[in-house]
Ligand binder design. Structure first.
Ligand code: SAM
Length: 212
């Protein structure tokens, strides 16, 4: 996802500390304190412009959502949506998910969403894929026992790679679909990328994989 440099982004994030966690390390093991209600925590990694997290927060008020996005000039669009809809169950972090273990305690998260993650098609970039085993090791630690990872993508290569990576890690594949929209699931919240690719007629792949 490309975004124009936004010199005001830093100040904007700092202005909204009710929604933006500037020092996520300080909350490790204590994320519930950021929410008005003590309820399960679902994490989205690579949240982009925030359509998914805000749609999910609206549809599932009994879940607390945390969205991580690496790029400042992109996460400000997610913050725009949050500032407008004012949910009490969304928190944003502008950081790299490679350090997940330093932000969340063991078993603190109930579910992880990976939506249209960057595919990094070259073999030499395999380590950057969010389903590479080093990421899975972190997910396993921060997820509660039996917690799961749900991946949606239009990218066949990343999908096949992720299925293999999950399986090699010993995860159970609870649901696999090669055409999510064919299921017409009314609870499916579309991401920005999902709308873009499905409008071009591309199938959306989805897998729900659980650590055991
Ligand atoms: N999930 C959104 C969607 O479906 O519309 C955005 C998809 S976009 C292709 C992938 C996003 O993941 C980008 O905004 C990128 O900056 C973010 N990202 C990639 N690697 C990341 C990482 N290690 N930590 C946090 N965010 C990351």
């Amino acid at each position: 996802m490309r975004a124009r440099h936004k010199p005001w982004a830093d100040d904007y994030l700092k202005k909204h500390t009710e929604y933006v966690v500037l020092e996520p390390e300080s909350l490790k093991g204590n994320w519930q304190s950021r929410f008005s209600q003590h309820q399960p925590i679902y994490l989205e990694i690579g949240a982009g412009k925030g359509q998914f997290i805000t749609g999910m927060a609206d549809q599932f008020p009994s879940i607390n959502f945390v969205a991580i996005e690496l790029v400042k000039s992109i996460i400000v669009s997610a913050l725009d949506k949050v500032v407008e809809s004012k949910p009490d169950n969304v928190q944003l972090i502008n950081t790299d998910a490679k350090d997940l273990r330093s932000f969340f305690g063991e078993g603190e998260v109930d579910r992880i969403y990976l939506n249209f993650s960057d595919p990094w098609p070259k073999n030499k970039h395999e380590k950057r894929r969010l389903t590479y085993h080093t990421f899975l090791e972190q997910y396993k630690e921060v997820l509660k026992e039996g917690g799961d990872v749900i991946l949606k993508t239009d990218n066949r290569h990343l999908f096949e790679y992720s299925l293999t990576s999950f399986s090699q890690f010993g995860m159970v594949l609870d649901e696999v679909t090669l055409d999510l929209h064919e299921l017409e699931d009314p609870t499916n919240v579309m991401t920005e990328y999902e709308e873009k690719f499905s409008s071009r007629g591309q199938p959306i792949y989805r897998v729900q994989a659980r650590f055991q």
